[in-house]
Design a protein around this ligand. Structure first.
Ligand code: UT7
Length: 308
């Protein structure tokens, strides 16, 4: 049996940091409100020259180095993004070109903040089916270009960044399952016309319910107890949503990778960025059981259970 293993991780955060105090100078808000309602202390904001593909290429290059693979090994590039450089070519093709990856499969997918889980799931199917042996999955987002910088109900919540994983075929277990969901009847709750518009409280309530149910379903499907999960690596939208999901699983917060305080909500980049932080600081180790979960516009939600 062929499995898909995560063999390298990488991240990229733009150097410019925007603190809650910086937002206090621009809109009617306070560090105390942002911290209490979301858990966010700061976010990274891309410079004018940066793009989803430039940030994605940096994260992917770090992931390839960690995996000890070269661009020649990559047979598939999937980029999850809601902020592509252009309508086409796909950001994945631009990353392919930047990294000088030879002719391969390359495309973008759009599932808002759940995009990384969707992309991971697609790549997993290709690898398990024996179509490709090595894939790059990237989440990269320029949320600072989607926010209305005068709308305090959304602008303080989002940041920029990119995360990437290298996936490879393996005889030992890696990705154990992925579960994807979408419910388009909620299309108006979280949407971008020109800027992000969110009915925060409604999204919050649905997120807490769906993420809790989904996490419990995954455990049941695999007949796992929650104490067999080494790390919950959630989408980083709001510390209160993260805590509620951990509570449903009876997991203490010290078994949860949290980066929302420093990264804020980087949409599809948030899970691979959080994973990369925890791999590099030594918390996530080979052989551990990881549960990824995400929720976002669509509404979409999804999870991946991964033996790292
Ligand atoms: O990543 C995709 C998924 N997204 C999410 O999961 C986000 C889900 N939603 C949330 O995280 C939360 O709903 C928010 C953090 C967006 C908002 O927190 P909340 O506790 O739901 O606050 P609220 O929207 O109910 O607003 C409470 C009050 C309101 O004032 P009134 O009506 O009570 O007088 C808002 O006008 O807070 C006010 N407010 C603010 N005050 C200071 C809203 N934004 C701000 C702000 N600073 N930035």
């Amino acid at each position: 049996m062929t499995y898909t293993k995560i063999i390298g991780t990488g991240g990229y955060l733009p150097p410019t940091i925007f603190t809650n105090e910086d937002w206090e100078k621009r809109v009617e808000t306070s560090d105390a409100w942002i911290k209490e309602r979301s858990g966010i202390l700061q976010r990274h904001i891309a410079g004018p020259e940066e793009t989803a593909s430039s940030m994605g290429a940096q994260a992917a290059s770090a992931a390839l180095a960690a995996a000890k693979r070269s661009p020649q090994d990559v047979q598939m590039v999937i980029v999850a993004t809601g902020t592509p450089d252009r309508v086409f070519p796909a950001t994945a093709c631009l990353v392919q070109n930047k990294l000088q990856i030879p002719t391969c499969i390359a495309f973008d997918i759009q599932a808002a903040c759940t995009g990384f889980i969707y992309a991971l799931s697609i790549a997993d199917q290709y690898i398990k089916a024996g179509v490709v042996d090595c894939a790059l999955v990237i989440g990269t987002e320029l949320m600072s270009r989607l926010i209305d910088w005068s709308d305090r109900t959304t602008c303080v919540l989002f940041g920029d960044g990119a995360g990437a994983v290298v996936l490879a075929a393996s005889e030992t277990p890696g990705i154990l399952s992925t579960d994807l969901y979408a419910q388009g009847s909620y299309e108006d709750l979280l949407t971008v016309d020109k800027y992000i518009k969110m009915q925060g409280q409604k999204v919050f309530k649905i997120a807490v319910t769906k993420l809790g149910e989904m996490a419990q379903d995954v455990l049941q499907k695999h007949q796992l107890r929650s104490d067999q999960i080494d790390w919950l690596i959630p989408h980083q939208a709001n510390i209160r949503i993260i805590k509620a999901t951990a509570d449903k699983l009876n997991l203490s917060l010290d078994k949860v990778i949290c980066t929302v305080d420093r990264h804020s909500n980087t949409s599809s980049a948030s899970i691979p960025l959080a994973l990369d932080v925890a791999v590099r600081d030594g918390r996530v180790k080979p052989g551990q059981m990881l549960l990824f979960e995400a929720f976002g516009g669509g509404l979409t939600w999804g999870s991946a259970l991964v033996k790292f």
